[in-house]
Design a protein around this ligand. Sequence first.
Ligand SMILES: Nc1nc2c(ncn2[C@@H]2O[C@H](COP(=O)(O)OP(=O)(O)OP(=O)(O)O)[C@@H](O)[C@H]2O)c(=O)[nH]1
Ligand SMILES: [Mg+2]
Length: 465
Amino acid sequence: MPLARRRDLCYFRCMEIKPPVPRAILVGVQLPSVDDIAHTASLAELGRLVKTLGYEVVATVSQKRAGIDSSAVLGKGRLEALAAMTGGTGIIESMAVPRKSKARERFEVAENEEPPAAAMEPGQDAAPKPEFVIVDHELSPNQARNLERATGVQVLDRTGVIVEIFNRHARSREAKLQVEMARLKYVAPRLRESSAGPGRQQGAGESDLELDRRKIRDRLAELKEQLEEIQHDNTQRRYARREQLRVALVGYTNAGKSSLMRSLTGSEVLVADKLFATLDTTVRALHPPTNPRVLVSDTVGFIRKLPHDLVASFRSTLDEALEASLLLFVVDASDPAYESQLEVSRSVLHEIGADVIPSRLLLNKIDRVTEADRAALREKHPDAILVSAKSPQDVATLRETIVAFFEASMVEDELVLPYAKQSLLGEVYENARVLSEEYDATGRILKVRGLPGAIARLRSALADS
Ligand SMILES: Nc1nc2c(ncn2[C@@H]2O[C@H](COP(=O)(O)OP(=O)(O)OP(=O)(O)O)[C@@H](O)[C@H]2O)c(=O)[nH]1
Ligand SMILES: [Mg+2]
């Protein structure tokens, strides 16, 4: 392309006006069952999720409440303060009746409804209003609609944010189908409520609504069918790998699973300081290679309050982890909230039935942890491996631990490969370590070392074929 034309293109590109970064206010309700640390950690994490979406967090509104009622997420005073920031009315009909006594209202405002200072300062109007209110809970369609009416801006909940991140990060066909499915399941009830609900008729009549619902149902059925096809292929692929030495990296999102995958296998999987960077399972062989080779799987991360539809959708991805003989349970030891992340990951593993698989706890990002904190971590988790994905020395030690784990489960045996079945020699070499080869009248006599299951399968293949 001529230089002048390239310059033109650059000129136009440089002239492009960057779209403004959407501004969001976070909303969190602290229920009595949640302590201050967990509440703050959850809101901080919501902030990171929202940042991963590319939004800017301009304020956080938090309130202690005994419970969240079915129509209103926040109390009256705090809702008004929020609406003052977004330019909404602060009113939702169901809150107008029944009215509380004046004295009670005054008490609540004084005790708990003190609006954030930012909301009351004069001159706030000059700053651009936020376009989103994002709530750290799963909202019912009714709660979301009421909050939208009161604030006059779009409302998203934690599930909506996570579904949207998954939607943006899905790369493979399988992940895309899974996310579309989770997204439709998320949208369907909200679509019904918001179109049919009073005061938000967008020209969609009952029949339109039914049509939309049917379309969603049909699409879901279609997606299910397509997914089943892909999953059938995956199952076959996994079946072929079933006797191989398999280790899976599992754990909280952003813990460093993909970074460890990279250093252990030398592969170029995506590493990013984003939540849910990885949605697809990747399988690569340990590098430098072992004999027989060890396969390492990188998996989708976990998060607290993981939406159920996403768990269901990504279950098949996690099946990869279920088939491993060893789980490397990765935790970001430099994160102040690492213990709650550990707890969440443990409960997800329990939920998918992976807690019976032998596992090793990896306290990762140890390069970011002070010597004193490392000592405390060692004391608290004596069996854990402290590691930095960025340290070749740590990765080499981790590799040795993995190799030693499999060595300990391997047995030595003898296989006879008749001369007529020499085509199976490759399979033997792939699934076991051949220690020696001798020949006699019956065929090739191989002394092998491998997992008992792999040797049994080879033996039956040699007998069958
Ligand atoms: N300092 C330091 N940073 C690390 C280490 N391991 C990972 N990171 C960084 O942490 C961030 C997340 O790393 P990933 O490997 O993408 O994390 P992940 O667990 O695969 O995350 P998801 O795919 O989102 O679930 C990246 O910015 C990495 O560079 C480590 O040992 N030390
Ligand atoms: Mg990853």
